[in-house]
Write a protein that binds this ligand. Structure first.
Ligand SMILES: [Cu+2]
Length: 436
């Protein structure tokens, strides 16, 4: 058995649930986390100053959102909007964005963790030293069902240099158009057993949002020697092999493009044919498939998806959308709920966690794959599954370097041009001709 820090913390989580339940019963208004805005309509309401994040970035873009802290999901961002320069009002992007699960099965089959719903991810929120949030602000988070002091200096909001946003040699002599951008970063660190997870949300001035989970801390101290092919020797010689395992991270995104939840999903696939006689290159034909019913989706080359606004158009008359850009993943085939890269499900307010979902009626399936049941999508929810198969290496000690996994959503036709276009180039939209 695992008699280490992981065991203690993870056991603590299970025990902590009943303690928390007692505490909840004993304290007036003890469900404050649950009393925070939960649905899209409520989230659209103003949040108080302490729960507001607003950042104007170098390129003139402002991101706005509300945050709250859930007793299982940890950080939840709500009512997220994007306002590039030249837009008179914020463009809503998401009703809600949050983690949906971190599923950690070990390769020897001995154990499998659901860190969010079963092992106290949210309760493991860590205090951040000022130096861990360079140039930013650390907010105090009140942790629901806390095991210790519920007030944790645990939420960092800051900006970080990204480098070039663009570069272009102008057509007049010696004119280089270039911009150095900064991103808004919002992050927490949550300890689960031996691991510390960094949950990072990155908002760029060009409208891109990237969500990443980084795993650091330590390798699980007692998960060793699972047998040949299930671990990697760590330390001198071949005496001890750290057991390999997976980190399958789910995110849950509830889009609210232009303030409406009635977004439409489109899938695009491109077919490539060999070069025909007389052609210099292959022909590629791209086709659109409207995803009108719930879907378990799989990423592959020449395939992508976008979430299309029900109402909004940019100044060129094109429907606003956000493209879903998967990150590198090792899809874990060991469970039905990790067999697909993403799930599009119809909104159901009790469906909050991709696995072992605790909030629905007992008769309701517990896992996201079972929620794909043929319903029409009128308010689609996106569940992204990004897997990382962790075969340890000597360099993983000590502490373990952060290994990241995640994905992005990227604006497609939200604005008529690059939102960072310098004013001198603003006329160069579409099939323009050089001015002489
Ligand atoms: Cu790992």
């Amino acid at each position: 058995m695992r008699v280490n820090r992981m065991s203690r913390a993870r056991k603590g989580a299970a025990v902590g649930l009943s303690v928390a339940a007692l505490a909840a019963g004993a304290t007036t208004g003890a469900g404050p986390a649950n009393a925070q805005p939960r649905n899209a309509a409520a989230a659209a309401a103003e949040c108080s100053a302490n729960y507001r994040i607003e950042q104007k970035l170098t390129g003139g873009t402002t991101w706005r959102m509300c945050w709250r802290y859930d007793g299982k999901a940890g950080l939840v961002l709500e009512n997220i909007s994007y306002q590039p320069k030249g837009e008179t009002k914020p463009i809503k992007v998401l009703n809600s964005a949050r983690l949906g699960q971190i599923h950690v099965p070990y390769d020897d089959g001995s154990v499998e963790y659901d860190d969010l719903t079963g092992f106290g991810f949210a309760q493991g929120l860590m205090n951040l030293a000022p130096g861990e949030c360079p140039g930013g602000t650390i907010k105090t988070v009140k942790v629901p069902e806390a095991w210790q002091d519920p007030n944790v200096k645990g939420l960092c909001t800051t900006t970080r240099a990204r480098g070039h946003a663009y570069r272009m040699q102008g057509d007049t002599a010696n004119k280089v158009y270039q911009a150095q951008s900064k991103d808004l970063l919002v992050y927490t660190v949550n300890q689960v057993g031996w691991y510390e997870y960094m949950t990072e949300w990155r908002f760029q001035d060009d409208g891109t949002v990237t969500m990443n989970v980084g795993a650091t801390g330590s390798l699980s101290f007692d998960d060793y020697d699972a047998g040949d092919g299930r671990g990697w020797p760590i330390g001198k010689g071949n005496a001890a092999k750290a057991t390999s395992h997976s980190h399958n991270v789910f995110w849950r995104l509830d889009f609210g493009l232009d303030g409406s939840s009635k977004n439409r999903i489109e899938q695009y696939d491109s077919a490539v044919t060999a070069p025909a006689a007389g052609d210099q290159a292959s022909k590629i034909k791209t086709t659109r498939t409207k995803i009108t019913k719930e879907l378990a989706g799989d990423a592959k080359a020449y395939r992508w998806w976008r979430m299309v606004s029900a109402t909004g158009k940019n100044k060129d008359g094109h429907a606003r959308s956000y493209e879903i850009v998967p990150g590198a993943t090792t899809k874990y085939p060991g469970r039905s709920f990790t067999k697909h890269d993403m799930y599009f499900t119809e909104y159901n307010k009790c469906e909050k966690f991709a696995t072992n979902n605790p909030g629905c009626a007992n008769t309701h399936p517990k896992n996201v794959d079972k929620w794909v049941g043929g319903q029409n999508l009128t308010h689609p929810i996106v569940w992204m599954n990004v897997g990382f198969h962790h075969i340890a290496r000597d360099e993983d000690q000590q502490p373990m370097p952060v290994h990241w996994q995640g994905f992005s959503i990227v604006p497609r036709d939200v604005t008529a041009m690059n939102p960072l276009t310098p004013s001198e180039l603003a006329w160069q939209n579409g099939h323009w001709r050089p001015r002489s």
